[in-house]
Design a protein around this ligand. Structure first.
Ligand SMILES: [Cu+2]
Length: 188
């Protein structure tokens, strides 16, 4: 009677005995599966919760799929915060840090605002421009332009009266000057 080793010789389990072409196909199939898994994860629109602190955005993703929605929660105690998403021109190659270093360049981007979420201290934000959804692929500059030290109630009241213009309230430089900025790439 043949023993099991004779019927299933151990050497057949050694991948060195699988023809090279077959091994390559197995490897390609595995890599394709991995790519499909990654592609699927990044192409689905999601809701991304961003937090605001003095003076930074936390949990800002580097990339999101087109159609993803941002929400804002303000974890600061006194300062009002906002999330302004500005679509950058396709030929703009500077980093967010280089752009905000030139406040005049930031102001010139205001017509490209995609959405504005505003959140009083300790509260969840509400959209005041757009819906928080980023639909068009490309790079977006994310800033908070609230004047440093502005009274939240005073600012919101002035914003309601300014009908889209910049609210005129006492305060220091905009928060992005203090480092409250970032960028997101929307992938199509
Ligand atoms: Cu802010």
């Amino acid at each position: 009677m043949n023993d099991i080793v004779t019927i299933f010789p151990r050497r057949t389990m050694d991948t060195r005995h699988i023809p090279r072409r077959i091994r390559l196909l197995i490897l390609i199939a595995g890599a394709a599966g991995l790519l499909a898994a990654c592609g699927g994860a990044s192409s689905e629109p999601t809701t991304v919760e961003v937090s605001a602190v003095d003076f930074a955005f936390e949990d800002l993703p580097a990339t999101v799929a087109a159609g993803s929605t941002l929400t804002l929660t303000n974890n600061a105690e006194k300062e009002l915060h906002e999330l302004v998403a500005l679509r950058l021109p396709d030929d703009e190659n500077r980093s967010a840090a280089d752009i905000v270093a030139n406040p005049g360049d930031v102001v010139s981007l205001f017509p490209s605002v995609e959405t504005v979420l505003i959140a009083p201290p300790g509260e969840d934000g509400v959209p005041v421009v757009g819906t928080g959804t980023l639909t068009e692929p490309g790079r977006y500059l994310i800033i908070c332009a609230i004047p440093t030290g502005a009274d939240p109630g005073e600012y919101l009241a002035a914003a309601a009266e300014s009908e889209g213009g910049p609210p005129d309230v006492p305060g220091g430089p905009p928060h992005f000057i203090n480092g409250m900025y970032g960028e997101i790439t929307v992938e199509g």
